[in-house]
Design a protein around this ligand. Structure first.
Ligand code: GRF
Length: 190
């Protein structure tokens, strides 16, 4: 049986769409679930349109009880026997409770050239710092935020005229290119 991939999203899921589209017939893995942390995540409808089961666990009722929220996510992932987790624009911090369970089987895409600019507002920070390039990173997820073994990176120039938004749009194109490639290579090495 092919490894079963679940993709976690919070918003529009443009990276998720590219991952699902990449997992066609001759791909070594298959998509089994797109899971969001709110009912309103725009990516859920896109997943359904691509014929992949989609669901959500609203994080708000769990308040500060992150582990209870994560247990609800895990229940959904176990129900589809997910083997590999791809975080794709998933904006909730996951604790070691969740991460340890998927140790060595969870990837994330981060919109910076890690280890630079861990955390949020990566493009604004790169512009502010006067950097002449930015980019994105696919990495294995470990308990330390935006850390973990790097699987792929892509670089883009920062232009004098760039705003965080124009830079983000340029980086996103590269995210969409490297994430499917990195997932395919990762699956081959499983
Ligand atoms: C992207 O910048 C991605 O790097 C970050 O979330 C943003 C939105 O991603 N993790 P998507 O369109 O929801 O895939």
């Amino acid at each position: 049986m092919k490894p079963r991939v679940a993709v976690l999203i919070s918003g529009g899921g443009s990276n998720m769409v590219k991952l699902l589209e990449s997992m066609d017939g001759d791909h070594p893995a298959e998509p089994v679930l797109v899971l969001a942390n709110s009912a309103g995540a725009g990516g859920l409808a896109k997943a359904r349109a691509l014929g992949v089961q989609s669901d959500f666990v609203d994080h708000k009722p769990y308040g500060k009880d992150r582990e209870a929220f994560e247990d609800a996510l895990i229940a959904k992932l176990d129900a589809v026997q997910a083997d590999v987790i791809c975080l794709a624009g998933f904006m909730r911090v996951l604790t070691s409770h969740f991460i340890d369970r998927y140790d060595g089987r969870m990837l994330n895409i981060h919109p910076s050239l890690l280890p630079k600019y861990k955390g949020l507002h990566t493009h604004a920070r790169a512009i502010e710092a006067g950097d002449n390039e930015a980019g994105c990173t696919v990495h294995e997820v470990t308990a330390k935020l935006d850390d973990g073994p790097i699987l792929a990176q892509a670089r883009v120039p920062i232009l004098e005229t760039d705003s965080p938004e124009t830079l983000a749009a340029r980086v996103l194109i590269e995210e969409h290119r490297i994430y499917p490639q990195a997932l395919r290579q990762f699956i081959h090495k499983l």
